[in-house]
Design a protein around this ligand. Sequence first.
Ligand code: AMP
Ligand code: TRP
Length: 346
Amino acid sequence: MSDTAAPRHPMRVFSGVQPSGGLTLGNYLGALRRFVEMQDRGVDSLFCLVDLHAITVWQDPAKLRHATRELAAGFLAAGIDPARSILFNQSQVAAHAELAWIFNCVARMGWLNRMTQFKDKAGKNRENASVGLFAYPALMAADILAYHATHVPVGEDQKQHLELTRDIAIKFNHDYGVDFFPVVEPVIEGVATRVMSLRDGTRKMSKSDASDMSRINLTDDADTIAQKFRKARTDPEPLPETPAGLEGRAEARNLVNIYAALSDTSTEAVLAEFAGQGFGAFKPKLADLAVATLAPLSAEMTRLMADPAEIDRLLGDGADRADALAQPVMAQVCEIVGMIRSRPAR
Ligand code: AMP
Ligand code: TRP
């Protein structure tokens, strides 16, 4: 991770995850685990459950509430410490929606029109997509910039959104003749920046995939995890000696990368251990490793979910601290833009 971004701004990490269903192994390896690493390195960090993003597509209210608490439990179980990091949900801090509106007026239709995630999510029926789904990346820019965050750890799929965040910061600074918002640095690192579906090595593992067999959920039990890996699509060839031998073998590469990420080693090291072996031998080892990592995590999530009031208390505390950081930034934004914010005593 480079610290070269915006030297004027102290390093601060921000990232968000949508409470739009359960967490997958992709979220865990591509996001949560890396958030914990940053926190443990002592970096000032905010982690946000982005419920305003989730409702850009329909969410059943009771399920949204449950998924938000479950996601908080996932962060805590993965090792996010609410005393060291700020963990909160987006809708509790008004600055996100306020700044998003201002950024809606900075971002250009043409920029948003190019977003591949919008095209994927809206599908063929664009006329029926919500306006929020289209404006989604401006809200994401607001999430980050409301705290003058400088570094954003995400999976590969978010790269284009972060480029848009940079464009919004640059245009805002330019249009108003200020050097106010940092130009953020995406942090897309490690072997698990794009964990793929277990059924199709060309698609990312996703909580919204219609097939549950395509993903490992953090709440899956040991038998389910073993079964999903056993049935995962592969090819009949044995594992090669070097990563070059995984060329054109998307499914094989995915399983090797998952193994490497779970055991905190490199693709090379995994191949050095398993070269020449077939998937019949490799898959059970992978399943055992996944179970060993995920079982304690899901047990801890179940324990935390038994006390939703405590989760709400932690989230409320996080929101107070996030709010205290965002308010002075919003006051300056209003000043820069020319909005009268103060309400003198009448
Ligand atoms: P989402 O669940 O879409 O809100 O994503 C939350 C975080 O997890 C983002 O940083 C994503 O880039 C990351 N992520 C989601 N799916 C994957 C995946 N299959 N592989 C790696 N990272 C992922
Ligand atoms: N769009 C991200 C995703 O779906 C979630 C997100 C919202 C986010 N706001 C963010 C990620 C700010 C990083 C920073 O994965």
